[in-house]
Design a protein around this ligand. Structure first.
Ligand SMILES: Cc1ncc(COP(=O)(O)O)c(C=O)c1O
Length: 404
């Protein structure tokens, strides 16, 4: 067995017969340090940040500043360009409903958007605020840069925002986001990268990317549930409306004068998820000690085992490119004649293997192709092992031959 030094840090993996958890694109496990940071907020300093001057209040204010710094550093962003949110969905909604749209504005997305980067734009379209255009992918589901550039050219001056997934949760394909950003900027549009599936697996530097907004969720990168982040450049953030006006958002509020604070505070109305934010810092501290080149190779190695093990089964069609290396740690499969939910339950009950089944919140992609059954998706992370990948292949193949 190839040793995996990370497993020791995760309580569910220290159990006598640990599950084989391959649903990391949905949410990841949390290391002890994250759980301790969350717990320590409640046991040691259970106060409010930015308000009370007593020692707990001060400790939480300090912790919030340090956590913002750590999460911002993790993506090479200035601290004042990082807003804490509930999750990626809330971050994207802040942009969708925070921009002062002009009549005729167009938003370009792809045909593979997670609902979180699709529904907000559809809502705006249904309200008559923007027009939404979806760029079709290449035949193998990779991003079609030429079609994208053509769409930008066709929309012309009305192109206001390009909202694209960094890495797709449908098939694991990472898009050429630096090129996409450059093209969009050449057409005068802003760029939002839905990075929920990218930040956990790649060293991302927002300065190098040049994007205007970037959204991600801490629970997909070893952090607690209920904490996400929105990066927005100083200029873009200054132009976003406050959606949740309230405590800690204002300089002054009276009937005659309502003046908001600058920076992230204006977009973080009310008390925050202090315990979660303490855990977010612990998560990025943990990930800062992970070699991301190793991580990418590791995930691809596991994905190669899974891909090789399933690709020749008659019932299976892998969504996206056939090469595992283009899909990171993810393999999503269409399965002919077998209910994917039944299969996922059998994998869990017979082999303690946890995977995702269904539409993965990309319902429109399945609908557009008439694929009513959805897919079954494996997604690996740093604590998974080659043995687990082989275990998946064995149990999965047996289940397919029993059900098929
Ligand atoms: C690509 C992508 N975008 C957005 C989201 C939404 O994340 P959250 O539910 O944490 O807001 C997900 C979650 O699976 C995702 O995979």
């Amino acid at each position: 067995m190839v040793p995996n030094r990370f497993r020791e840090d995760f309580a569910p993996l220290r159990k006598e017969n640990p599950v084989c958890y391959l649903d990391n694109a949905c949410t990841t496990l949390r290391p002890d340090s994250v759980i301790e940071a969350v717990s320590s907020y409640y046991t040691e300093t259970p106060g409010c940040g930015g308000r009370s001057p007593h020692r707990w209040g001060y400790a939480v204010t300090l912790m919030m500043a340090q956590a913002r710094q750590a999460v911002a550093d993790f993506i090479s962003a200035p601290r004042d360009e990082l807003v804490f949110t509930l999750n990626s969905t809330a971050a994207i909604n802040q942009v969708a409903h925070g921009i002062n749209w002009k009549p005729g504005d167009v938003v370009i997305t792809s045909d593979k958007e997670h609902n979180s980067n699709f529904v907000p734009w559809l809502q705006l379209e249904n309200e008559g605020v923007v027009e939404v255009q979806q760029v079709s992918s290449n035949e193998d589901n990779t991003f079609d840069l030429q079609a994208f550039e053509n769409a930008c050219a066709q929309v012309g001056d009305n192109l206001r925002l390009v909202a694209i997934p960094f890495t797709s949760n449908l098939d694991g394909v990472t898009n050429p986001v630096a090129e996409i950003t450059k093209i969009a900027h050449d057409f005068g549009a802003e760029v939002l990268l839905d990075s929920a599936q990218a930040i956990p697996h790649n060293k991302v530097n927002v300065k190098d990317l040049g994007c205007d907004y970037l959204a991600f969720s801490l629970h997909k990168m070893l952090g607690p549930s209920g904490v996400g982040a929105l990066f927005a450049t100083e200029e873009s953030m200054a132009n976003l409306e406050t959606l949740s006006g309230g405590g800690t958002t204002i300089v002054s509020a009276s009937k005659d004068n309502l003046e908001f604070l600058p920076g992230p505070a204006r977009l973080e109305g009310g008390s925050s998820n202090y315990a979660g934010i303490a855990g977010a810092k612990a998560a990025v501290d943990y990930l800062s000690n992970v070699d991301f080149e190793w991580l990418s190779d590791h995930e691809i190695r596991l994905n190669q085992i899974i891909t090789d093990g399933v690709k020749d089964l008659d019932e299976i069609t892998i969504i996206g490119p056939s090469k595992a290396s283009v899909r990171g740690g993810m393999t999503a499969m269409l399965i002919d004649g077998i209910d994917v939910h039944d299969l996922a339950i059998i994998l869990d009950e017979a082999g303690s293997i946890m995977v995702r089944s269904g539409f993965h919140c990309v319902n429109h992609w399945f609908e557009s192709k008439g694929l009513a059954g959805g897919s079954l998706r494996t997604s690996a992370y740093l604590y998974n092992t080659e043995e687990e990948a082989r275990q998946f292949v064995d149990v999965f193949s047996e289940a397919i031959s029993a059900l098929g």
